[in-house]
Write a protein that binds this ligand. Sequence first.
Ligand SMILES: Nc1ncnc2c1ncn2[C@@H]1O[C@H](COP(=O)(O)OP(=O)(O)OP(=O)(O)O)[C@@H](O)[C@H]1O
Ligand SMILES: [Mg+2]
Length: 500
Amino acid sequence: MATTPAHNRLRILFVDDETHLREFMRSELPRLGHEVTVCADSKAGIETVKKQTFDAAILDMRMEHDKAGLQVLAALKQVAPDTEAVIMTGYGSTETAVEALRLGAFDYLTKPCKLTDIEALLLRIQEKRRLKHKTAALESRVQAAEGPAGLIGASAAMVPVQQFIQRVGPTDGRVLITGETGTGKEVVARALYTASKRADMPFVPVNCGALTQSLAESQLFGHKKGAFTGADKDHKGFFEVANGGTLFLDELGELDKNLQVKLLRFLEAGEIQRLGESQPITVDVRVISATNKDLRQMVAEGHFREDLLYRLNMFHVHLPPLRDRREDIPELARHALARHAKRPVESVAHLITPEAFQVMVNHEFKGNVRELVNAMEYAWIVSGGGAITPDYLPREMVAPRAAAPVPMAYPVPAPAPAAYPVAYAAPPAPTLPFPGAPTTDTGAGGPTKSLADVEMEYILQVYAKNGMNKQKTSDELGISLKTLYNKLHKYEEERQRRAG
Ligand SMILES: Nc1ncnc2c1ncn2[C@@H]1O[C@H](COP(=O)(O)OP(=O)(O)OP(=O)(O)O)[C@@H](O)[C@H]1O
Ligand SMILES: [Mg+2]
């Protein structure tokens, strides 16, 4: 038997009513390194596909009747759509072969067929399977790198958003996404794109606020060589790059008036014009835009074109602030933690203590989900990967600034999430980042911190912001790498000492 690696070995079903062919395959397919199961008629074939799994099936078309093979094929595709099927037809029966392909057959062979033909077909099937596995592996790696895909949020306030994505995502409709900063506008834009027919084509995000004033037109629409001083070669703008796909115009409220006119031209005619080029270019681009500005107000004040707003706002979705969907906080926190820890949600979820959840569900979250995501990054770093108690949450979350107790903002939901009773009181003002550090209560301003604590907290924030990259952190802080190492080391020692 050939020594085929296990992942290349095919489990093959061979169904044919000719005894000598069955016997031939029974000996030859294992010689090619495969496993084979043979059946003598369509009935036995159908029974077998229901009970066993195969990678490939070779089916004779004509057995008890002219199209018996098609029946086996149909049954196979119903129970195991991933099994690749090859139909063997008589000479001149292309019609049935076409029917087989329509039913999902991988290919067909005309009888009498040679072993080399079968061998070649099996090689193609192996290659297809190899590519399929490779794609799946790449997809899962991309997903792991990007963190959990999709939009988290099952609260009543998020249900309409989820439904919106399901309904409008697959269309080519233009969408305007509004919502406060950090509510997930970009996440929604990507979810709309993922749900669309254009998901295999580019998603090109453009931050309208970050376009360089003098180059903005070329950045968006491209330019021809020589269009202006310094234009030494042709340049494709974002619209051309996004051709066939989706362009995400983020911070739409920042778009300059001159560009608003050019954008309108594209939306009306589907054409763009490169700078320095006389001929317009037709591009097929779906536009999704987002803003945290009140565009109607901007129209009223003459800062945004009403006709443009009307065109971009074919569909509108507004993202509720996090304080209006506190039920989502625990799940968002778990996913954010998993993202920073680069570990599956299940393996980190238990690290967040009920007390920490309670602090979070009662917090105001002016920065919405982004603030929560950052808090989890901070907590992951300062807890050193251990249990996250309120002590490890950012100070402004735990220590109320006012002397009076902060009213519990979490609206009493019906029913309240059982694990986090609403009556949770803020913990005795801890001094972050050190649990149990001595505090001096100033009465009105909350606990004060030592200068060293303030410095350390700042260092940790910069460290967290830079993705725990020590080089970047020391550069930003203007201290040497060695000093940073020493400070982090001292901090860790101090933390352990104070934690007892
Ligand atoms: N529903 C959600 N599920 C998972 N992650 C989310 C969700 N909403 C927001 N996030 C995360 O919160 C952060 C901020 O989200 P995003 O950038 O989409 O906000 P935004 O509304 O575009 O904010 P801004 O107006 O400041 O640009 C990101 O890290 C994002 O991954
Ligand atoms: Mg954004």
